[in-house]
Design a protein around this ligand. Structure first.
Ligand SMILES: Cc1cc2nc3c(=O)[nH]c(=O)nc-3n(C[C@H](O)[C@H](O)[C@H](O)COP(=O)(O)OP(=O)(O)OC[C@H]3O[C@@H](n4cnc5c(N)ncnc54)[C@H](O)[C@@H]3O)c2cc1C
Length: 422
C-alpha cells in the first residue's frame, strides 16, 4: 500500500523502504505471501519516529528480526513490517559487559564474545535469530537461555517512548517475556558475561553445533522447533510416537530426522505448513491428550480475518482441534418437529425455526463477542466448534447465522462439518 510508504517518506529520515515484499525472503521457513511495506530503522530514534507515525495514522505494523520463528500466511500482511536488521547491529564490549543492537545476529554475538574470551553465550551460537528476537522469545538451548546473561534491554513502547527494562522487569520465562505481552520493540540489549578460556569456549560452541547438525534437519528451511515443549513431555517425542514422522502436505513435512521440526521440503506454501501443524496437533491430542502449542508465530491476514467453524455432533465427542466450543443443545430442536426432522440446518425452514427463538438471537450476539474477544487477546481467530445432537439442525443454523453476522463486518467464514470420527 503506497500510502504507508508515502507516510514513511514524509518522516524525512534516511530509511530503507520497500513495498510489496515477499516474506519468503525474510523468513527461514521460505514461505508465505507478501507484505505491503517494509522499513528498516537504523537506530532507536528512527524506530520511535516510525512507531509514532504508525500510531497517529492508525497503521498496523509487525516487528521482524531474522524471521527464524515466524510464518507469514499466503495472503500476506497488509500493514508495515518493521525489520530490525543489520542497520541496528552495533556491538561494544566494556570489561565483561556487551551492549548490542537488536538487529545483530545471535551467532555473531556469540562469536564476538568468544573471540574476546567471554563465556555465557555459547548456547546461542547455533540459534539463527537476531538479538531482539532472542530477547523477546527468551531463546535458549543446551541448558542456557537469554535470561541467564541479560542485564537490561532498551525497548520502544507503542507510543514511541524508549524505556530501559532490567532483567527482572523483562519477565523472561519459557519462550516468553513482557515484550510479547506489551508489544514493546527491542532496540538493544546488554549482557554480562564471564571471562573464560577462548579455546574452551570455542570447543563448547562447536560441540553444540555438531550436536545440532546431527539431530536437526538443518539442510531444509524451517523455523526450528515448531511447537513449544508441553509440560512434562517433549513435543518431538510425542509426534514421533504418533507415527507422524514424514507426514506430508504439499511441500511441507514433519522432519524424519527430528519430529519436532516441520520443514519446507520443496516450495511449501504457508497453507501446506499450517495443514501439517494442524494435523500434528489434532493427532497428538487424540492419541495422547496433550495439546501442542506452536512456538512459531503465525502472522497474516488469514489468522486475523478468517474464521473457521467446525460443526459437530456431541455423540462423537468434542473435536480436540477447536480453540472454542459452542454448545447449542439448549436451543429448540427442529428434529422434534415432524416436517423438519429430515431436513438439515442448511434448509431455510430449519434455519427460520431455530432463529425464531429469542435465545438463538441473543446467543449469536454473545458468541460473536466471545470470538472477537478471543481474537483480540490471542491475536488470532479461534477455530470454533459448534456442537449439538439430533441431526445438524442447530449447529449448522447457528454457524450460518454467525457467518452472516461476521460477513457484514468483512470477515471470511469457512464452514465445515466434522467427519464422525475426527
Ligand atoms: C534451525 C533453527 C534452529 C533453532 N533453534 C533454536 C533454539 O535452539 N532455541 C531457541 O530458543 N530458538 C531456536 N530457533 C528459533 C528462533 O531462532 C528463535 O526463536 C529466535 O530467538 C528468533 O529470533 P528472530 O530474530 O528470528 O525473531 P523473528 O522470527 O523475526 O520474530 C520472532 C518474534 O519476536 C518478535 N521480534 C523479533 N525481533 C523483535 C524486536 N527487535 N523487538 C520486538 N519483537 C521482536 C517478532 O515480532 C516475533 O513475534 C531455531 C530456529 C531455526 C530456524
Amino acid at each position: 500500500m503506497d500510502y504507508i510508504c508515502d507516510e514513511l517518506k514524509r518522516l524525512n529520515l534516511k530509511l530503507n523502504i520497500k513495498t510489496n515484499v515477499s516474506m519468503k525472503e525474510y523468513t527461514t521457513f521460505k514461505a508465505g505471501g507478501k507484505a505491503a511495506c517494509l522499513v528498516e530503522p537504523y537506530d532507536a530514534e528512527s524506530l520511535s519516529e516510525i512507531v509514532k507515525m504508525c500510531r497517529s495514522k492508525d497503521i498496523d505494523y509487525y516487528v521482524l528480526g531474522n524471521g527464524s520463528n515466524v510464518l507469514f500466511t499466503d495472503d500476506g500482511y497488509d500493514g508495515l513490517i518493521i525489520h530490525i536488521g543489520a542497520d541496528m547491529a552495533d556491538m561494544t564490549l566494556n570489561d565483561d559487559i556487551i551492549t548490542v543492537g537488536a538487529g545483530a545476529s545471535l551467532p555473531s554475538l556469540s562469536g564476538y564474545a568468544a573471540s574476546a574470551g567471554f563465556s555465557g553465550l555459547e548456547f546461542a551460537s547455533g540459534i539463527p535469530g537476531s538479538v531482539g528476537g532472542a530477547v523477546v522469545m527468551n531463546a535458549g538451548a543446551y541448558g542456557g537461555e537469554i535470561k541467564d546473561v541479560i542485564v537490561y534491554a532498551d525497548v520502544c513502547d507503542s507510543n514511541g517512548s524508549i524505556l530501559r527494562l532490567t532483567a527482572q522487569e523483562l519477565e523472561l520465562g519459557y519462550r516468553s517475556s513482557i515484550i510479547q505481552k506489551k508489544d514493546y520493540i527491542v532496540c538493544s540489549a546488554c549482557f554480562k558475561l564471564n571471562a573464560g578460556n577462548k579455546e574452551e569456549i570455542k570447543t563448547k560452541m562447536s560441540d553444540y553445533n555438531n550436536r545440532r547438525r546431527e539431530k536437526q534437519p538443518l539442510s531444509y528451511a524451517s523455523a526450528g522447533s515448531t511447537f513449544k515443549r508441553p509440560e512434562g513431555y517433549f513435543a518431538g517425542q510425542l509426534i514421533e510416537q504418533c507415527g507422524l514422522k514424514g507426514f506430508k502436505s504439499g511441500g511441507a513435512m514433519v522432519s524424519e530426522k527430528h519430529a519436532g521440526f516441520v520443514i519446507n521440503v520443496k516450495d511449501a506454501t504457508a497453507k501446506d505448513i499450517l495443514d501439517v501443524i494442524a494435523h500434528v496437533q489434532d493427532t497428538v491430542y487424540r492419541n495422547t491428550g496433550v495439546k501442542l502449542e506452536t512456538e512459531v508465530k503465525i502472522v497474516g491476514k488469514t489468522k486475523e480475518n478468517i474464521l473457521n467453524i467446525l460443526t459437530f455432533g456431541y455423540k462423537y465427542g468434542k473435536p480436540p482441534v477447536c480453540d472454542m466450543i459452542i454448545d447449542v443443545r439448549f436451543l429448540p430442536n427442529p428434529y422434534y418437529v415432524d416436517e423438519l426432522r429430515d431436513k438439515t440446518g442448511n434448509d431455510d425452514d430449519v434455519y427460520n425455526y431455530v432463529m425464531s427463538s429469542e435465545e438463538a438471537v441473543k446467543y449469536i450476539k454473545k458468541i460473536k463477542e466471545d470470538i472477537l474477544e478471543y481474537a483480540k487477546k490471542e491475536k488470532k481467530m479461534p477455530l470454533v466448534g459448534i456442537g449439538c445432537t439430533g441431526g445438524r439442525h442447530r449447529s449448522v443454523t447457528i454457524a450460518r447465522a454467525l457467518r452472516e453476522c461476521l460477513l457484514a463486518e468483512e470477515y471470511t467464514v469457512n464452514l465445515k462439518h466434522r467427519d464422525i470420527d475426527k
